[in-house]
Design a protein around this ligand. Structure first.
Ligand SMILES: [Zn+2]
Length: 196
């Protein structure tokens, strides 16, 4: 329990950091900005006080993922209570918290799984770039997400062009890990029942 509280405190601190608070863009139907990250912090803190909110659990992370968000249980899942010590792990936390933002907002409109996932990758890449000055990812979908992040990092409220949204969604749908889950371009975020 103490471990979980420490992890919760680490998450809230990360979400309040300038590198996260400066994230501000639209990707397809999804908007990611500081008010969304603040809503996740509030939901995490509310849960620790015993109210409805977002919980943290250690374990249950799907094979091949660094961490996960389960929209069915409103839980952020991490492999260990010490998660978040490295920049890569912090990038993963930002990614998962983006899924939590969209869940709090009720999976607005009719967004697809790949669109929801793509927005999370772009947010993670923006955080990583702000924190170390560059992406340098060889593996997909991070490589394509980072290329988009590089093009919008200095434009607050940037709208990712639709051809780039489609490009990243395609990379995700064609990625072996997502194909294994049965994800296609048409899979809806709301109906998939999948952890993100
Ligand atoms: Zn995800």
């Amino acid at each position: 329990m103490l471990d979980k509280n420490a992890l919760c405190a680490r998450l809230v601190g990360l979400l309040a950091s300038p590198a996260v608070q400066q994230i501000d863009f639209s990707f397809g139907q999804y908007r990611v900005n500081s008010s969304g990250f603040r809503a996740v912090s509030t939901a995490l803190l509310m849960k620790t006080l015993g109210y409805v909110g977002i919980d943290i659990d250690i374990g249950g992370v799907p094979i091949g993922a660094g961490a996960a968000y389960d929209p069915n249980t409103d839980k952020l899942l991490f492999p260990t209570a010490t998660f978040g010590g490295t920049l890569t792990e912090q990038m993963i936390i930002v990614h998962e918290c983006v899924h939590a933002i969209f869940d709090i907002e009720g999976f607005k409109f009719t967004g697809t799984y790949t669109e929801n996932e793509g927005a999370a990758y772009v947010a993670g890449a923006l955080y990583y770039r702000r924190s170390n000055g560059g992406g340098h990812f060889a593996d997909e979908p991070k490589k394509t997400a980072d290329r988009i992040a590089r093009s919008i990092i200095n434009a607050q409220g940037a709208v990712v062009p639709s051809d780039q949204v489609i490009a990243l969604r395609s990379v995700i749908a064609n990625h072996p890990e997502y194909r294994k889950l049965g994800v296609t371009m048409g899979t809806l975020a709301l109906d998939s029942g999948l952890k993100h």
